[in-house]
Design a protein around this ligand. Structure first.
Ligand code: ARG
Length: 720
């Protein structure tokens, strides 16, 4: 559609489906084809090539995949990088000790030499992306089921290998629309990423888990890193001789602010959505799977908290895991909330009725046949799988116990040790891999929590799995550890496992790996537990995993939906590939008689202050700056804007993503969604779904006025 016609339609107040500003996580290279005209009408000043270009510097060169789970953006010619505090959280805790508690007090590198290297940090920058659907579909023509999956995987691997031959790049082919389309992504991945600065948690995590997923929000959720590389500006392993990376492009910082309805866009790496699922899948997930997980995680969190509150060292050691469990716990709890899951299921059912009506009206018999069968087929598979769902959930959960998951990784070694003649090369290879795993496993491992959680999870299993599906799993334990209650037997059992298993101690595992013998594993109660859990879950087909038997039906259903709405462009579900969402600065009305403003201020931080609650402590220096109104160039209307709302379409993985104005300048960093739209990963609700971001003026105010890190301010480019 042409720009003039679009303008006319907007003028007349008619907005065709695809003109809706807010829904959609668009593939970056397709923005030119699908979105750019609408974006221009809404206020974008840049060209499509300014956003994505394979030849000239474009936004994609400044927006990075951070540690394969978050997004970050480069903000200086010397590779300075911004992401969320909750994204840098693991790195910040890694550097924290009770004596140097950067988590609590913050950290600011005084000079470049003080910037701290991180063992696990990586930054990937997209070099190019390409639609390779034809190649993959040609290879899998006529195949279905597992054969299709296997051949597709092999072809995808071949394409990515070929794409990087003779380069320093790495690549991945990702499927879209559940295997209807395939795209190649080529990256340059940097491994020497150093921590430059982080505010204290009282700013970076202000409001804690209480405010998490909520608006109004007052969190300074940012941290700062720098990309280092070899002298040739290419990725290099950590070395003291490495130098700051000079990017093709970096983002300018806007101090101009925004007004309601101003254009706003976000580019980042959203992790996972499931927008095109059937009601059957959602029903099982929201009514059964999530409630089970929420209850178990609640117990785990309270066990962790008990130990964290008792010992500052353990508080730092477990902080990262605690935050990530608490985050998903609150998300899932919100999704299953009163009435919310029913509403979501009803929406999907309505969509299915519309789909069935469309199919019935089709005149083409072969299409009618294909699409007419798909929903009944899905229903049948979910009905058949349903009795296996809880056993699978509770069983897998037992394997999520740290020691059990770790022990299960020794299965291959066990098999090599018990197969004559022993394959020595294979054995050595496995041992060296397991030695590395052992280092990772024990960095933050704390056995007492694992042991108590084991009891809690066994208890949950015995209560949550229908008796006729438990097999002898529980009765074996209660028979062996006779006690008055099942829970008492679980306690005795867990005590036994933790006293005798090698898998709860790095020293014991290392001693085993120095002289591995299958006899030790045969007697190890931790290994036997893992083996038993695996044997238990193996009885139940995992058909409902999206990679399993329902995948082809989901693909067909989605193809049908796209055909049914053939004038509406579809975007693929999020899958950690780079996407763009555009929309506007936006307030909202969450409930009857309630209106939420589109931004919050430092005054709100002061209003929330509660010195008796660790989540709402305000650092003295911040209060002083507030009282003196010492806001520098970052103030607005006698205050500092802290967080703001847009109607952009994001999900987990977008954390840290730049929110940009029509000139591609940085307005803030996206870091959360709102509690009223927790089911957003299943369906986008334009009325209720908002993106919560930290205002870049608050970020800069903290770096400049609170931390006094002038050298960093000097490095960035401000637009006033
Ligand atoms: N809800 C945010 C997200 O999923 C993460 C916020 C982390 N903060 C916290 N208090 N746990 O992206």
């Amino acid at each position: 559609m042409k720009k003039t016609l679009l303008t006319l339609l907007i003028f007349l107040g008619i907005s065709p489906a695809f003109l809706r500003a807010d829904e959609g996580m668009w593939l970056l290279s397709l923005v030119k084809q699908y979105n750019i005209e609408t974006m221009h009408l809404l206020g974008l000043q840049l060209s499509a090539d300014d956003i994505y270009s394979e030849t000239d510097p474009s936004l994609k060169d400044a927006i990075v995949w951070f540690e394969n789970g978050c997004t970050g953006e480069i903000v200086s010619a010397d590779g300075l990088l911004l992401t969320n505090h909750h994204c840098g959280y693991g790195d910040i805790t890694d550097h924290s000790t009770v004596e140097h508690d950067y988590l609590t007090n913050g950290f600011w590198a005084a000079t470049r030499k003080d910037e701290l290297p991180n063992a696990n940090a990586t930054v990937s920058i997209l070099v190019r992306m390409e639609n390779v659907t034809d190649k993959v579909l040609a290879a899998i023509k006529g195949l279905d089921g597992q054969a299709r999956e296997t051949t597709a995987a092999k072809t995808m691997k071949e394409i990515s290998t070929k794409a990087t031959e003779g380069t320093v790049y790495n690549a991945d082919v990702r499927e879209m629309f559940r295997g209807s389309e395939y795209y190649l992504f080529v990256f340059e991945t940097f491994k020497d990423i150093r921590l430059v600065g982080a505010p204290p948690s009282a700013i970076g995590k202000f409001g804690g888990d209480t405010d998490n997923w909520m608006w109004p929000r007052h969190t300074g959720d940012f941290s700062m890193f720098r990309i280092y590389c070899g002298k040739d500006n290419k990725p290099a392993e950590y070395s003291a001789d490495n130098v700051p990376y000079h990017p093709k492009k970096f983002l300018k910082i806007s101090l101009k602010g925004y007004s309601k309805n101003d254009f706003a866009m976000i580019v980042g790496f959203p992790g996972r959505t499931n927008r095109y699922l059937s009601s059957y899948a959602i029903n099982l997930t929201l009514k059964e799977t999530y409630p089970a997980l929420v209850t178990m995680w609640e117990e785990k969190l309270s066990i962790m908290k008990k130990y964290m509150d008792a010992d500052p060292k353990i508080r730092i050691q477990l902080a990262e895991e605690y935050a990530s469990v608490a985050n998903v716990w609150k998300l899932f709890k919100g999704q299953i909330g009163f009435g919310i899951s029913d509403e979501m299921i009803t929406k999907k059912q309505k969509q299915e009725v519309a789909f069935t009506n469309w199919v019935n009206g089709l005149s083409n018999d072969s299409l009618k046949n294909v699409y007419g069968k798909v929903l009944p087929a899905l229903k049948k598979k979910y009905d058949e799988f349903h009795p296996n769902n809880l056993p699978t959930i509770y069983g897998n959960n037992l394997l999520s116990l740290a020691f059990a998951g770790f022990a299960s990784r020794f299965t291959d070694l066990y098999n090599v040790l018990t197969t004559e003649p022993i394959d020595v090369a294979k054995k050595d290879e496995l041992i060296s891999k397991l030695k590395n795993n052992t280092v990772d496993q024990f960095v933050k491992y704390f056995a007492p929590v694992d042991q108590e959680v084991m009891v809690a999870y066994l208890n949950a299993f015995s209560k949550g799995v229908p008796a006729d599906k438990q097999g002898t799993f529980i009765t074996d334990i209660t028979a062996a550890y006779k006690a008055v209650t099942p829970e008492e037997s679980f306690k005795k059992y867990a005590a036994d496992v933790f006293a005798k298993s090698i898998f709860v101690s790095a020293d014991k595992v290392n001693a085993f790996l120095a002289k591995p013998s299958s006899k030790i594993l045969d007697k190890d109660p931790g290994y036997l537990f893992a083996k038993k859990v695996m044997a238990y879950t193996a009885q139940f087909p995992t058909a409902m995993s999206l990679g399993g038997a329902v995948k082809a039906d989901n693909r067909t259903y989605l193809q049908g939906l796209r055909l049914m709405n053939s004038n509406k462009p579809y975007y693929p579900d999020a899958n950690s590939t780079i996407r763009l969402t555009y929309g506007k600065i936006s307030d909202y009305n969450p409930r009857d008689a309630v209106h939420y403003n589109y931004y919050s201020t430092l005054t709100g931080v002061m209003q929330k202050e509660d010195p008796t609650n660790e989540e709402f402590i305000v650092p003295k220096k911040l209060r002083d700056l507030y009282e003196k109104k010492d806001f520098g160039q970052y103030g607005f209307n006698g205050d500092v804007p802290t967080c703001f709302l847009t109607d952009n379409d994001i999900t987990g993985g977008n954390s840290g993503s730049p929110v940009m104005n029509g000139n591609g300048e940085l307005l803030g960093l996206a870091f959360d969604g709102n509690s009223e739209a927790m089911t957003g990963d299943f369906e986008f609700d334009p009325i209720l779904k908002r993106t919560i971001s930290v205002d870049i003026r608050y970020v800069m105010f903290i770096i400049d006025k609170y931390a006094g890190a002038q050298r960093l301010i000097d490095e960035m480019t401000f637009v006033k």
